[in-house]
Design a protein around this ligand. Structure first.
Ligand code: NAI
Ligand code: MG
Length: 480
């Protein structure tokens, strides 16, 4: 199947169908600004059909499937994704803009995620609780029910599968709503799940906008759990929309993550890692390093080497595999420019970038951008920009580094570069962040939990905690 002849339909109850209203919307190729495909624009009525199908499957056929069989279905899904790796990566590059090399890496991560959850499906055991000889007490881990998965556009398939795979492993049924910017790979996922034999209604995909399709999905009384990755602003709305029917929520809401380089760090490693940490996926990563905190003694040297490397980075359409592709949309490009203007207005100095690359007249491209002379309270040092824009700050003492690192609303990831184990672990203790990485960035894999504190959200994804999001404990007690 070529990227272009995906079914132009919603996937509900194992069938491809148009939206009830018949409306569609366009998804764009961000490298060319051209329309890539038209997809159905779902609203509350379509969402209801999808939830109904998931509800029916949960209380029907899916219950008859043993945990081991669920695992096998997931394994088969992982295998077919592996077989279709190139096609899926290309689809992701066309829809999101990212370099093909990065999209291929994403698909490899998708395969690993599904395999991990496939293997866990029949190992989700309860406990026996010792209450003495008169009572037998044990727990069952039961699936939550119908779960909703609302996904952003930065890792369209990666973030979808990060929550859909554990939900299916746990025995839940799923309604997936991809982002309106990047709906295509979720539709392809549905067709592959159908091919490998998932029963009808177990995985449903509704494409549409946040307010029109996302909100009714979150509100729907039959949906028992919602997993959302995206902006803090939308996260707050999801809490409000889910309040009426009291749902279980997992929210991952972005970050303003500090990469801290102490004077005793291995600078070669820190500079090389910072390039990927800041500019990977064009800076559109919730756990990207968007603040570099450099100790005064190494500030000049780090900056010299870092800027030299940044000048070598190429910006190109994703299919040409440069270092950076375009941003996902015109809206995100304009948002980035508005932060760049704000930085200049507040008196920061633009060391590199800040403009569209001169050789690219079309597409949502932005040069890799570095701000210095940044005060930690400036908007560019406090808010998530979500673009290849980094702010560089300096500090004198360890305490000051930690204070600056923690003094933002978010708390998703943080990184420390030092050769001193005591300094590394003491800093790790004080950092207010869901993950702390030492002498590396993007450490950990599908086995390691990830998630935020403070405005970065709550709940953890990946690893076994990622599956427990979709299980609830039933305690059974028997008097002898
Ligand atoms: P968003 O949070 O509005 O969108 C993410 C998803 O939520 C999309 O699928 C969207 O349709 C859905 N959505 C929007 N409003 C909804 C509602 N009321 N109810 C249910 N679902 C809803 O993010 P957006 O507008 O795409 O990007 C804005 C900013 O959010 C970015 O600049 C970035 O700072 C942040 N962001 C963070 C991400 C992360 O990985 N944590 C991913 C994407 C964006
Ligand atoms: Mg939005």
């Amino acid at each position: 199947m070529s990227p272009y002849d995906l079914p132009n339909a919603l996937f509900i109850d194992g069938k491809w169908q148009p939206s009830i209203s018949g409306e569609t919307f366009d998804t764009f190729n961000p490298a060319t600004e051209e329309v890539l495909a038209k997809v159905p624009r779902a609203n509350a009525q379509d969402v209801h059909l999808a939830v109904q199908a998931a509800h029916r499957a949960f209380y029907g056929e899916w219950r008859q499937v043993t945990p081991a069989e669920r695992g096998k279905l997931l394994y088969r899904l992982a295998q077919t994704i592996q077989t279709n790796r190139e096609e899926l990566a290309k689809l992701e590059t066309l829809d999101n803009g990212k370099p093909l090399r990065e999209a291929l890496g994403d698909i490899d991560g998708v395969v690993q995620t599904i395999e991990y959850n496939a293997g866990a499906a029949d190992k989700l055991q309860g406990d026996t609780i010792p209450l003495g000889y008169e009572v037998v007490d044990f727990t069952w881990l039961e699936p939550l029910g119908v779960t909703a998965h609302i996904v952003p556009w930065n890792f369209p398939l990666g973030i979808a599968v990060r929550s859909v795979a554990p939900a299916l492993a746990a025995g839940c049924t799923v309604v997936l709503k991809p982002a309106e910017e990047t709906p295509l790979s979720a539709l392809r996922l549905a067709s592959l799940a159908q091919e490998v034999g998932f029963p009808d209604g177990v995985l449903n995909v509704v494409t549409g906008f946040g307010e029109e399709a996302g909100a009714p999905l979150v509100r729907h009384p039959w949906v028992r759990g919602v997993t959302f990755t995206g902006s803090a602003e939308t996260g707050r709305k999801i809490i409000a929309q889910s309040a009426e029917s009291l749902k279980s929520l997992v929210l991952e809401l972005g970050g303003k993550n500090a990469l801290i380089v102490f004077e005793d760090a291995d600078l070669d490693r820190a500079v090389e890692d910072a390039i990927e940490a800041v500019f990977g996926n064009c800076g559109q990563v919730c756990s990207a390093a968007s603040r570099l905190l450099l100790q005064r003694q190494i500030y000049q040297e780090f900056q010299r080497r870092f800027s030299e490397r940044v000048l070598q980075l190429s910006v190109a359409p994703g299919l040409e595999n440069g270092d950076l592709g375009p941003l996902v949309s015109r809206e995100q490009l304009e948002r980035a420019f508005s932060y760049i203007r704000s930085g200049l207005e507040e008196g920061a100095s633009l060391t590199l970038g800040g403009k569209r690359p001169e050789n690219l007249s079309r597409g949502y491209f932005l040069q890799p951008t570095i701000f210095e002379k940044v005060h930690p309270k400036m908007r560019i040092a406090q808010e998530e920009i979500f673009a290849p824009v980094v702010v560089v700050l300096s500090f004198e003492h360890d305490d000051e580094a930690l204070q600056i690192a923690n003094d933002v609303p978010y708390g998703l990831t943080a990184g420390i570069y030092t050769r001193d184990i005591r300094r590394a672990l003491t800093s790790a203790q004080w950092l207010e962040s869901g993950s702390v990485w030492i002498n590396g960035w993007y450490l950990g894999g599908v086995q390691a939990p990830t998630g935020g504190v403070k405005a970065s959200g709550f709940g953890r994804e990946r690893g076994l905690p990622g599956i427990h999001n979709y299980l609830q404990i039933k305690n059974v007690a028997i008097k002898l």
